[in-house]
Design a binder for this molecule. Structure first.
Ligand code: OAD
Ligand code: ZN
Length: 342
């Protein structure tokens, strides 16, 4: 089980540490009380504080640290049954732990949903990076490649000239002479999956995918839904919202676990916190955190290591005799992540 304390060494403040925690820095933000920033009712009313915070969470701003790589090493050695994390910074994935081993209990930016019509974002990632090519053309090309068979089916019987005019319009004239009345035909094409669903007419060609969402957030604007202009919310779990379905994996994972590591969390947020009680009573629990927490009811086989998590993890790695392996892994992975294409 992991919390915000595993990412402070990467430069991301936790939430509840008295001076450095994110909640203690919110006095000058437009929020009535700190947790409001992750409450749906407040978000619907005033989404700006959340997106100001989200902007800072853009992947690439932060890199995994030695604690993430320790968890990765557990996976590499076949010892990690599952990693349940409350963090939405994506650093567990960035460290190379596969999605199948992860339960991102408080969601992630990997997808987004419209709060008005419930439409999932058509793309896979809220932050999909935009390349230098124009949005529409990029998505159109991608759609063309993916759907080339359908395109062939559609066009094989059409005279070549008609299709050439069609493409010429899409690429060049569409922007200047938008076909507003053709919205319904485009909807039909979307429904038949003949053109990418990210391609919409709104005064010309326009991609309403996450590249636009990212662009909006980066420009301090609020991302809007392509279908209804409602507010788009990344699928980060807000207070009062249901946890992702994968969270139910705990029903099989915890009763069969042989050891529970609890790292860098105040265990203040339910239902996540109660997972700490879900292992069998004979199973040792290792709690590593800066401070003790009241909600962890002591058991006879508990091990509590208080202090800085990086120090604690490095000490554990040393006791396990994995120091060299760990150093190699960190070196290999950090050089991968610092390559320009990452
Ligand atoms: P908290 O901020 O509540 O707790 C982080 C814990 O990590 C604290 O007890 C710190 O003392 C400890 N810690 C921080 N840095 C450390 C370090 N370098 N070494 C050792 N310990 C360190 O964060 P979480 O428990 O993760 O929810 O918070 C749970 C949820 O509350 C979050 O997922 C978030 C928040 O509201 C949502 O966003 C929905
Ligand atoms: Zn919508």
């Amino acid at each position: 089980m992991a919390g915000a304390g595993i990412s402070t060494a990467s430069g991301i403040p936790d939430f509840r540490s008295p001076e450095s925690g994110f909640y203690s820095t919110l006095q000058h933000w437009d929020v009535p009380y700190p947790e409001a920033i992750f409450e749906l009712s407040f978000f619907l009313d005033n989404p700006r504080p959340f997106f100001t915070w989200a902007k800072n969470m853009f992947p690439g701003n932060f890199k995994p640290n030695v604690i993430h790589y320790f968890l990765r090493l557990l996976h590499d050695r076949g010892l990690l049954q599952r990693l349940y994390t409350q963090n939405i910074d994506g650093l567990e994935r960035a460290s190379g732990i596969p999605g199948s081993k992860l339960v991102e209990a408080h969601g992630s930016f990997a997808s987004a949903t419209c709060t008005a019509c419930g439409k999932p974002s058509p793309e896979q990632d809220f932050w999909s990076p935009s390349k230098s090519s124009p949005f529409a053309v990029k998505h159109l090309r991608r759609g063309f490649l993916h759907r080339s068979k359908r395109f062939l089916n559609l066009f094989v019987l059409m005279p070549l000239s008609a299709s050439a005019i069609f493409w010429f319009y899409l690429f060049h004239l569409g922007k200047t002479f938008p076909l507003e009345p053709k919205k319904s035909s485009l909807r039909l094409l979307h429904r038949c999956r003949w053109v990418p669903s990210t391609l919409t007419w709104q005064g010309g060609l326009d991609c309403k995918g996450p590249t636009r969402q990212k662009a909006a957030v980066m420009a301090d604007r609020v991302p809007r839904c392509a279908a209804c202009a409602g507010l788009v919310k990344p699928d980060v779990v807000f207070f009062g919202e249901a946890l992702p379905e994968r969270f139910f994996l705990h029903l099989v994972d915890f009763p069969t676990a042989e050891l529970l590591l609890i790292l860098g969390t105040s265990l203040k947020v339910e239902p996540f916190a109660s997972l700490s009680e879900a292992v069998r009573s004979s199973v040792p629990r290792v709690f590593m955190n800066r401070k003790a927490v009241e909600s962890l009811r002591p058991r006879s086989r508990d091990v509590v290591q208080l202090g800085d998590l990086v120090d604690s993890v490095e000490r554990l790695v040393e006791l396990l005799g994995w120091t060299e392996e760990m150093r190699d892994l960190v070196q290999r992975e950090t050089s991968k992540l610092s390559r320009p294409d990452r």
